[in-house]
Design a protein around this ligand. Structure first.
Ligand code: UT7
Length: 368
């Protein structure tokens, strides 16, 4: 049975920053409160024209270059997001087109901030079953587009960004070992965007009431999060038969420093065992875990052979954890030229669109 290795990784965040001092100018808040209650100092915010797929594509190109994998080798693209570009088509299909992943299937996965753990589990199971060889897993968000910038309960928390991993089949032991996934829809109304979908389609009234923005019962979500983070970590380790002493890093969803501290207390681990970067990015929802993985690899914290746990929670309610062993980039003789692939993808996309138009005209005439 092949193992599902993490052989490529990449992240992308917008250059534009909103600091706590910037927020002080638009809402009744202050840096001291935000840092003490959340640990967040700044967040990256997409500028006009930057979208969930453009961030995802930037992260994906980086991950493919690290993995030395050609876009045409990808079997499946899973884009985990709560801020897709459209209700449909899936953002994953936009990514497929932009990177020229000629043979890939593509779909979006909606499990809010736990989405990346769900996506990683789906991808690794497909690889371990032998049905797929290369899967691109992306977590991407532009939450700033769904934040009410007059609501101090939510707007201080969220940021934009994307992270991508390339998972590849290999016979060497390692990679994603085990995952646990949970949900409890009875808490659905604790964190939601109530309007804009089929139950409450966008109307003048829903927009006037701000129902197209994120609504959150912060205290209840906080209580739920502190309960499930340690629980899910213990559960995934037990399912994999791995002791917590063998875990080098816990990479948690970055929502609130106090939630991570509670998880550390629950697991009787020092906070130093946790990869934390929410001070610089805020809560980027499903992108927060892959962004933290990228940073932990870049700064050398995550070393070849290290076992680590990913653990998250979010709207749904959903929560879950994965345990993995990082074995570095899988050896390959393959040379790849990123500039060539970008040019190929752009030209291919243009020609495909043109061809669809021509086909439409020709068939339209024939059938009329
Ligand atoms: O990915 C999942 C996404 N969601 C989460 O993870 C959210 C989890 N929840 C939280 O992180 C926290 O509940 C918050 C950060 C949202 C809020 O922190 P809290 O310690 O739970 O604050 P609170 O809601 O209990 O409010 C305490 C006080 C209130 O004032 P009063 O009623 O005690 O006078 C709030 O009005 O703090 C006030 N407050 C603020 N003050 C300054 C709330 N937001 C702010 C603010 N600046 N931005």
């Amino acid at each position: 049975m092949p193992f599902a290795h993490i052989t490529g990784w990449g992240m992308a965040v917008p250059d534009k920053l909103i600091t706590n001092a910037d927020l002080e100018k638009i809402i009744d808040t202050n840096d001291k409160w935000i840092v003490e209650r959340t640990g967040i100092k700044e967040r990256h915010i997409a500028y006009d024209g930057q979208t969930t797929s453009s961030l995802a594509v930037e992260a994906a190109w980086k991950a493919l270059a690290v993995a030395k994998v050609k876009p045409a080798e990808i079997d499946l693209i899973i884009c985990s997001t709560s801020t897709p570009e459209y209700m449909f088509p899936a953002t994953a299909c936009l990514i497929q087109d932009r990177i020229g992943a000629t043979k890939a299937g593509a779909f979006d996965l909606s499990a809010a901030c736990t989405g990346f753990i769900y996506a990683l589990n789906m991808a690794s199971q497909a690889i371990r079953s032998g049905s797929l060889k290369v899967v691109l897993v992306v977590g991407a968000e532009t939450l700033s587009r769904f934040v009410d910038w007059t609501d101090r309960n939510t707007c201080i928390l969220f940021g934009d960004g994307a992270g991508a991993l390339v998972l590849k089949a290999d016979e060497t032991p390692g990679g994603v070992i085990s995952s646990v996934l949970h949900s409890d829809g009875s808490g659905a109304d604790l964190l939601s965007i109530p309007a804009g979908c089929s139950k409450n389609p966008a109307t003048e009234a829903t927009i006037r009431a701000g129902l197209h923005y994120i609504q959150m019962d912060g205290r209840e979500v906080f209580r739920f999060a502190t309960r499930v983070m340690a629980q899910a970590t213990r559960e995934v380790l037990s399912s994999a038969g791995i002791s917590i002493d063998d875990i080098k890093w816990i990479i948690p969803h970055q929502a609130n420093l106090r939630i991570i501290e509670a998880a550390a207390r629950g697991l009787k681990l020092p906070l130093e065992k946790f990869v934390i970067n929410l001070d610089r990015y805020g809560n980027t929802s499903t992108a927060s875990i892959p962004i933290a993985i990228c940073e932990a690899i870049k700064d050398g914290r995550l070393q070849k052979g290290d076992k680590f746990v990913l653990v998250g929670f979010g709207a749904g309610l959903t929560w879950g954890a994965s345990v993995a062993q990082w074995t570095g980039v899988l050896e390959t003789e393959q040379m790849i030229r990123p500039t060539y692939f970008r040019l190929f993808a752009r030209t291919r996309s243009f020609l495909r669109r043109l061809w669809l138009r021509i086909e439409g005209i020709v068939w339209g005439r024939k059938n009329s």
